[in-house]
Ligand binder design. Sequence first.
Ligand SMILES: NC(=O)C1=CN([C@@H]2O[C@H](COP(=O)(O)OP(=O)(O)OC[C@H]3O[C@@H](n4cnc5c(N)ncnc54)[C@H](O)[C@@H]3O)[C@@H](O)[C@H]2O)C=CC1
Ligand SMILES: O=C(O)[C@@H]1CCC=N1
Length: 255
Amino acid sequence: MGETLLSAFVASGRRPGDLVVSEKVEERAADLRARYGVQTTDPATAVQRAAVVLVVVKPQDVAAIVQDVAPHVDPAATVLSLAAGVRIAAYEDALADGVAVVRAMPNTPAVVGEGMFGVSPGRACDEERLAAVVALLETGGRVAVVPEEQQDAVTAVSGSGPAYVFYLAEAMIDAGVDAGLDRETARTLTEQTLRGAAALLADSDDEPAELRRRVTSPNGTTHAAITTFDEHGVDEGLRAGVRAAARRSAELSGS
Ligand SMILES: NC(=O)C1=CN([C@@H]2O[C@H](COP(=O)(O)OP(=O)(O)OC[C@H]3O[C@@H](n4cnc5c(N)ncnc54)[C@H](O)[C@@H]3O)[C@@H](O)[C@H]2O)C=CC1
Ligand SMILES: O=C(O)[C@@H]1CCC=N1
C-alpha cells in the first residue's frame, strides 16, 4: 500500500527529491530508490523535516514505530495513518500536542489511480491540514471525509469492497465459461461490463435500482437472472457480508 501511494505521488508530479521513505528491508529500500528516485533512511530521520508523515505498516507494527518516531515529529506536521483499525487516539496519545493526526482507509484500486479513501481528522487537525491530506490522497483516487465512528462502515464498503467486485467477476467469468465462452473472452466481457456499469453509475444521477430497471426487459433475460439471484438470497447474502465486515473491523480496532 505504501508503494501504491508512492507511485501515485510520483505519477502526479511530486518531486521524488521531496519524498523520504523508510523501509526496513534493505533490498526493498534499494528497489524503491532505483525505481522512484526517492531517498530512504531510518524512520526517526525520515520524519524530522516532514510536513506529512504517512504510516503504512501492518496495524500490529504501528505502536512500536510511532513510539520510535514520536520525539522527532515536528509539532506542525500531520501524521496520516493508513493502518486498518488503528484509532486516532493511539497516535494522539503517543505524539506531542499539536501534531495533527488523520486516519484513512484506502483500497487497492489506488494502484491504478482509482482508489477510494475514507478519511477522519483527529482533534488537532484543522481545515488547512485536512485539505492538504485530502489533496495528497486525491492523487490516488477519491476522498470522503467521515467521522472516525464511521471508519468500520467505510472499511466494510470501500476498504474490502474491491474484493466483493472481484468475487462477482469470478462468478461471471466461470458462468460465462459454463455457458460456452472461452475464458479469455469471458474475462473481456466481464471486465468491460464492470468498467462500463461503474462508469455509467458514476456518471448518472439516477439510483442504481433505476439503472438496473433500464436493463431489465419485461420477462426477459435480466429478469430471469435477477429473479434467480433473489431466490438464492444473493442480495441478502451481500448485505450480511458487508455487515460482517463492519463487525470484524470494529472487533479488530477494539471498539
Ligand atoms: N484497504 C485495503 O485494501 C488495504 C489496506 N492496507 C493497510 O495498509 C497498511 C500496510 O499494509 P501492507 O502494505 O499490506 O503491508 P506490508 O507489510 O506489505 O508493507 C509494510 C512495509 O513496511 C515495512 N516496515 C514495517 N515496519 C517497519 C519499520 N519499523 N521501519 C521501516 N519499515 C517498516 C515492511 O518491511 C513492509 O515493506 C496496513 O496497515 C493495512 O491495514 C493494506 C493493503 C490493502
Ligand atoms: O481485509 C482486511 O482486513 C483489510 C482491511 C480492508 C481491506 N483489507
